[in-house]
Design a protein around this ligand. Structure first.
Ligand code: IDP
Length: 139
């Protein structure tokens, strides 16, 4: 069942480069309501669990190192068709291939350091949101 919610992280590169405000502005302007929001930092164990689906990939070590090197902004967002619309808003994984105006095109430097995460299904959105937030932190 569609939940109309998705989960996002503004990744360490986006936070380091001072893009939190600009990215949240774009998210708001695109019609998403913020349900939960926090600045946090993933441990190595957190990142290994969060990205477990990629643990056989050659870039896994690099991904875990990157995602744990500094704080991230975690958020749950609500909108009709949230998962798909948010994936459209962030653009392709590789910013070089991302459409004009997308968050990754505007704010990301490389396929690894690509500024933002967006859940790829309603099921994963629920799992990923619950990974970072308790029920009391969702509004
Ligand atoms: P997605 O974030 O667009 O859904 P996935 O294929 O699920 O892309 O990959 C998860 C994350 O792993 C990417 O957002 C990126 O940070 C990283 N990643 C994916 N492919 C590569 C790669 O070829 N080299 C380095 N990092 C990568």
């Amino acid at each position: 069942m569609a939940t109309n919610r998705t989960f996002t992280m503004l990744k360490p590169d986006a936070v380091e480069n001072g893009h939190i405000g600009a990215i949240l502005e774009k998210i708001n302007a695109s019609g998403f309501r913020i349900v939960a929001l926090k600045l946090t930092q993933m441990t190595i164990a957190d990142a290994q669990e969060f990205y477990a689906i990629h643990n056989e990939r050659p870039f896994f070590g690099e991904l875990v190192e990157f995602m744990t090197r500094g704080p991230i902004v975690a958020a749950i967002l609500e909108k009709e068709n949230a998962v798909e619309d948010f994936r459209t808003l962030i653009g392709a994984t590789n910013p070089a291939e991302a459409a004009e105006g997308t968050i990754r095109k505007l704010f990301a430097a490389s396929i690894g350091e690509n500024a933002v995460h967006g859940s790829d299904s309603d099921e994963n959105a629920a799992i990923e949101g619950a990974f970072h937030f308790s029920g009391r932190e969702m509004f």
